[in-house]
Ligand binder design. Structure first.
Ligand code: ZN
Length: 280
């Protein structure tokens, strides 16, 4: 079962979150038949989106969208307040040879472009509030750095973000996935930022910890070094799409009688595929 935990560190001056998302990434890769590198890219975005959404107070739908000029074309992840996420990449077959460090060349298939964060609220109240939309240029393409850059630039929150997906040459092909997000709150000691950056640079990668049997709290301890911390909550997270046959029928019905009749006559019916989950 995938899990997300949250808490505080350094006497409440750092907001800390961590997630293990292996099941989510397995589900997403199976639904979209993504290449290894696209699986790593999508997995990192799905995990980062859940972590970032968990820091938001009030929303109905929280979306992270990368519009990119690289072979993957774009990545979308959409989280709900219940801890579910759904998402896809535009070109699931996009792939690349490992980079110089022997890791997935996620930046190589993402390329440049724009990183968007969209927060929508007020649906259940029947209000049509203007969504919040923040955007920054894609600075790295490795995803974790792009989440951190968005937080620093758009929300003025210095952050450390680590995201990883580990694949293996056997079944199940996705071995582990997880991530960590540390956000410095106003008034946090500036030295903490440097300390954490240093710890993160010299500590094992999140996927190594997961491979060695670590859980969400181990990922946090590793990133925090010796900094004191307290876990305040835990929740299950999962890949879930809100599409349904009823919604698809309503959408087709909205095309009008003439259009529907011609679809029946000329095409012998209609099949709608959900871009988010791949169901027909
Ligand atoms: Zn769907």
């Amino acid at each position: 079962m995938d899990k997300l935990i949250h808490g505080t560190a350094a006497g409440g001056s750092i907001r800390i979150l961590s997630a293990v998302s292996t099941g989510i990434v397995r589900d997403a890769a199976r639904r979209h038949n993504t290449s290894p590198t696209a699986t790593a890219a999508l997995g990192r975005v799905l995990t980062g989106t859940l972590l970032l959404a968990a820091t938001q107070k009030e929303f109905d739908r929280f979306t992270v969208k990368l519009e990119t000029d690289g072979p993957i074309g774009g990545i979308v992840a959409e989280a709900t307040p219940d801890g579910t996420v759904r998402g896809y990449v535009k070109q699931p077959e996009a792939d690349a040879a490992p980079n110089g460090k022997g890791k997935f060349d996620v930046a190589g298939i993402v390329g440049g472009g724009t990183f968007y964060v969209i927060r929508e609220s007020g649906f259940d109240l029947g209000l049509h509030r203007e969504p919040y939309i923040g955007s920054v240029p894609i600075v790295s393409g490795e995803i974790a750095e792009d989440f951190a850059f968005y937080l620093a630039k758009s929300e003025q929150i210095p952050s450390a973000v680590l995201l990883g997906v580990l694949l293996q040459n056997k079944d199940p092909y996705i071995a582990h996935s997880g991530g960590v997000m540390l956000q410095m709150l106003p008034g946090a000691d500036e030295h903490l930022v440097t300390m954490i950056e240093d710890t993160v640079a010299h500590s094992p990668h999140v996927t190594e910890l997961l491979r060695d049997g670590g859980g969400p709290e181990d990922l946090l301890k590793n990133a925090l070094g010796g900094i004191d911390h307290e876990i305040l909550g835990e929740r299950d997270i999962a890949f879930k799409c809100n599409c349904s046959k009823e919604r698809a029928i309503a959408l087709i019905a909205s095309l009008g009688k003439a259009e529907v009749e011609s679809m029946l006559k000329e095409d012998g019916g209609a099949v709608m595929d959900c871009g988010f989950c791949g169901e027909s």
